[in-house]
Design a protein around this ligand. Structure first.
Ligand SMILES: [Zn+2]
Ligand SMILES: [Zn+2]
Length: 305
């Protein structure tokens, strides 16, 4: 399945592989810096946005996610999850325990008394039994987003993400990706990407997809549909000039799109924050007949009853 992840003890034998030496195919997250950057970016984007209240609300959740890392860190032996035919953190390889529900309870408490609507969502969520929450989490982790109310999903997903992001960070240094094949889902946890990022620094100019759940990033060549691998007639839409840092990459074959953020053009970009703040570009792209092939942890559709 997708990228084969090799444990550390086999790395030395693989060290001569040219692919490994040239391009890191997989970048594991550093949760602390990631959340700090996200909070800063959300607050800075909120200064000049028609959806500033929402961006500030998201910043509040991410602050709490950062706090949970310090207050309730998890440390499990991830080594036994590696070298499986399944992505290491996928449900096929690691059944979901209810550890994440502790994170959910903290998130709900910290967001109480925000607005009337959020208070209602929190009250509703608190009425769920542990088993009901577990069922909702499984729906989300298997991509059945229409089975859970979008407002509830934001909290559930944020709690799950703190859990999975920590586990993904613990694989760092223990395994690397060896080869790439079909790249539509995260090779670490099997979730959908949020968007693509063209990187700065040591990976300058390379395009990586950013996981919506565990926050790992995986390499995909540029000018290629990240949903069906088509490389013909890929078009880019943006709101401003041709050289905009935020665009949508649209595929004429499968009619899907995903945002692509270019840190070369704007080094402050943070994939999740910038994806929310550029919601208007989603609306324009959908008007052109394309459907998003990704998930933003803070934007979920309402459940159709
Ligand atoms: Zn992932
Ligand atoms: Zn496509």
């Amino acid at each position: 399945m997708n990228i084969k992840i090799i444990p550390q003890d086999q790395l030395e034998q693989q060290a001569s592989s040219s692919v490994i030496r040239q391009i890191p195919l997989l970048l594991y997250p550093s949760p602390k810096t990631l959340y700090t950057h996200r909070v800063e970016r959300l607050k800075s984007l909120a200064n000049n946005s028609p959806i500033s209240d929402y961006l500030n609300f998201c910043a509040k959740i991410v602050e709490q996610q950062a706090d949970l890392l310090k207050q309730k860190p998890i440390d499990i032996d991830v080594a036994c999850l590696l070298n499986s035919e399944h992505p290491p953190l996928s449900l096929d390889n690691l059944p979901l325990t209810n550890t994440w529900q502790d994170y959910l309870a903290s998130l709900l408490d910290s967001c109480a008394n925000t607005t009337e609507q959020i208070t209602l969502v929190i009250e509703q969520l608190k009425k769920n039994s542990s088993q009901a929450l577990q069922n909702k989490a499984i729906h989300l982790l298997t991509g059945e987003f229409d089975q859970v109310n979008g407002d509830e999903t934001i909290f559930i997903w944020s709690a799950l993400s703190v859990y999975y992001c920590q586990l993904a960070s613990q694989i760092k240094g223990k395994a690397i990706a060896e080869n790439i094949d079909k790249l539509w889902l995260c090779p670490v946890c099997k979730s959908m990407p949020s968007a693509s990022v063209i990187q700065l620094g040591s990976h300058s100019g390379l395009r990586y997809l950013h996981c919506s759940l565990c926050e790992s990033e995986w390499y995909v060549p540029r000018i290629k549909c990240t949903c069906c691998d088509n490389m013909k007639d890929i078009q880019y839409l943006s709101l401003e000039q041709e050289l905009a840092a935020t665009k949508t990459e649209c595929c004429d074959t499968c009619h899907s799109y995903l945002k692509i953020f270019d840190q070369d053009k704007d080094p402050h970009i943070e994939v999740i924050a910038d994806d929310i703040a550029s919601l208007i570009l989603d609306i324009k792209t959908e008007e052109e007949g394309f459907a998003k092939s990704g998930v933003n942890p803070f934007i979920f559709a309402q459940k159709q009853d």
